[in-house]
Design a protein around this ligand. Sequence first.
Ligand SMILES: Nc1ncnc2c1ncn2[C@@H]1O[C@H](COP(=O)(O)OP(=O)(O)OP(=O)(O)O)[C@@H](O)[C@H]1O
Ligand SMILES: [Mg+2]
Length: 486
Amino acid sequence: MPTLLAPPAFTDELWQLLRDWHASSPPTHPWQNLAIFTPGQSLRTALNRILLAGLADLAQNAAHAAQLLHLRFADELTAQVVANRLNVVERTIYKWQRSTVEQLAKALWRLESEARSGQQKRLATRLPPVTYTRLFGVDAHLEALTQRLLAPGPPWLTAVESLGGLGKTSLADALCRRLIDAGSVADLAWVTAQQQQLSLTGAIQPVERPALTSAELTQAIAQQLLAADPDYATLSHTRKKERLAERFRTKPHLLVVDNLETVADLQALLTHLRAWANPTKILLTTRRSLLDEADIHHFALPELGQQDALALIRHEAGLRNLPAVAAARERELTPIYDCVGGNPLALRLVVGQLQVYSLPIVLAGLRRAQGSAAAGLYTHIYWQAWQSLGEEAQRVLVSMPLVGPDGGDLDLLAAISELPPDALHDGLSQLVSRNLVDARGGLHERRYSIHSLTRTFLHEQVLHWGEMMGWRELSPHHPFIPSSSL
Ligand SMILES: Nc1ncnc2c1ncn2[C@@H]1O[C@H](COP(=O)(O)OP(=O)(O)OP(=O)(O)O)[C@@H](O)[C@H]1O
Ligand SMILES: [Mg+2]
């Protein structure tokens, strides 16, 4: 939190601003980042508005002091003229001026401190409702993303990418809260294209009025950032976009677009976002990696490691008053991790199920794809991605359980899927971009693997979907059907 003591540079900058009251507008100024800054016709107008607000505040307790500065700098009267007007000698004017500028700096800094704490509360209301009580395994991610977003240069766009339920939205939310609390963001907008949510009992709930096109997302951003402008109701869509562009250019904002994978006209949206970037930073979350977009920093969110996953299970069990689960030994809880891996959504869902069923029943339900919770989870995480895959990609995916947990190389995948190289490459790139398959390794070797949850999902559920899509009529030797299920 800022203190009431203005930093020394602030007073120096104030002196310079007073002297430059009538100078031409500078291209940029450090005070653009203050909470009391609001864009004006020109940067100079906006800066002078801050000075006038400070003088008005000062005038409440020290009317003469405020008048002195106004006469000297806004009215540009010489010290001699002001001295005559105030019936003092010229030297006294210089003395008063020095102490009065100090007073003005204090007044402005107090206004800034008040504006910041009001701003922090206001910005936090733009974030989605918090779904977590504690996040596990995110400290290093928060640190890395904080540094990236606070660095003054490019990349201006950062995308947090992962399979569904791995915690992209929660991480973005925690990051925003951290930056707001530290007073590091001047302003922020958060919009989401999320269409559905999964309750922790496994029910899929549609999100009311999701913003699914670039026009709807722009409208949602404008509503957050421009609604207070007096002429807002009369602005056309184009004018709103222009005004947002002006705002984003003059004052660095943080703009978050959540669940980008469901945006219908992604390329159009990316074009807007690029026009709005610099100095504004843009954070995206998406299940579908934007690997073709060279100017976006890709932050691949990994699943939780075993220790964090077990800590999450225990924490969740504590919240749900399941003391036997909370106190269970590591080897008793490890089967949960083996079944769903480090997917926080699936881990929370499993613990929720433990309120009603025993652990073997819950895990068997997930493996056999039985029960509404398993169906809801798989549909929420995999359905959209699955049905968007081409035939080759589906074929590669269903053969992935034959690859061990450490992954397999291209030769192994070619042998298992029996696909020619071009088809395999095409299928793999679809799967990697949808975060259904992870590509790990370095320049000389790449290994392809799936999350444990995907492995469990592929065990049975995919066959149900295959039947829905007509696989039943396929011959038993069709490679879509894993041999284990024949
Ligand atoms: N690191 C974590 N520790 C504890 N709980 C977490 C963590 N990350 C996410 N969660 C919880 O897991 C659930 C899923 O998280 P979240 O919605 O952030 O995932 P997501 O990746 O955004 O999913 P989607 O792809 O569907 O948008 C939420 O209930 C959230 O509170
Ligand atoms: Mg999300």
